[in-house]
Ligand binder design. Sequence first.
Ligand SMILES: *[C@@H]1O[C@H](CO)[C@@H](O)[C@H](O)[C@H]1NC(C)=O
Length: 283
Amino acid sequence: MQRATVILMATLLGSLIVLSSAGNFYQDVDVTWGDGRGKILNNGQLLTLSLDKFSGSGFQSKKEYLFGKIDMKLKLVPGNSAGTVTTYYLSSQGSTHDEIDFEFLGNLSGDPYILHTNVFAQGKGNREQQFYLWFDPTKDFHTYSILWNPRQIIFSVDGTPIRVFRNMESAGVAFPNKQPMRVYASLWNADDWATRGGLVKTDWSQAPFVASYANFNANACVWSSGGSSSCSGNSPSTAWMNQDLDAAGQKRLAWVQKNYMIYNYCTDVKRFPQGLPPECTRP
Ligand SMILES: *[C@@H]1O[C@H](CO)[C@@H](O)[C@H](O)[C@H]1NC(C)=O
């Protein structure tokens, strides 16, 4: 073999080890609960979770990550989904865990879903922001992404940023940057709070409820059990490591926050009588 070919192969192999990438659910996840209600279909291209009176279901990534750009397509429970919650999130383990959440709160037919987001750092959450979506999330698959790098966390929907949580360790705010996280997803019954604060209950005559997942893609630094993260900072495929919102992204973010944001902990002065959290008041 020519030397150049060997080098090229080594480089390709290297990046395969470094980056865990695109999408086969058989290889990437384990269905962890639900007793058969979570199903991998279409040769690993599709995963469905279902919920009935007896149980919901869920899955988790086989790998743990420390920073990454994680994409997933979801198609939410159609029709009357009131009382149900569909999730897709990153979480570490333990009592001082980190977590980055997308949760979709179901609603009666014809009423909008609420996309609920939160960020936990070292066990502390209470950073909810909620949004309506600008499309019907039950009709088609849409891409929900978490860009997580040492500078910030950017939540996006179909490439449009909806929320940014910056690293403000310099202002004494913990940031998730030390604990590896796994990707989790679930569909479960939360009719004690999910829809209008628990007023609207799950209608079990509509069961089973089904949500679908596709195109899981983790362009991420994979954590190994030895306690190290493999991820090269310089290759173009890890450009997300330094990614920031560009001017167009800032504009899209402002558009979403102006038109679709329905709750923001950062403006909830009643909730924080001692003063808003520091990450809310710094520019
Ligand atoms: C459900 O729809 C109603 C009516 O549009 C809305 O007020 C409510 O916030 C929606 N979402 C939830 C989770 O209740």
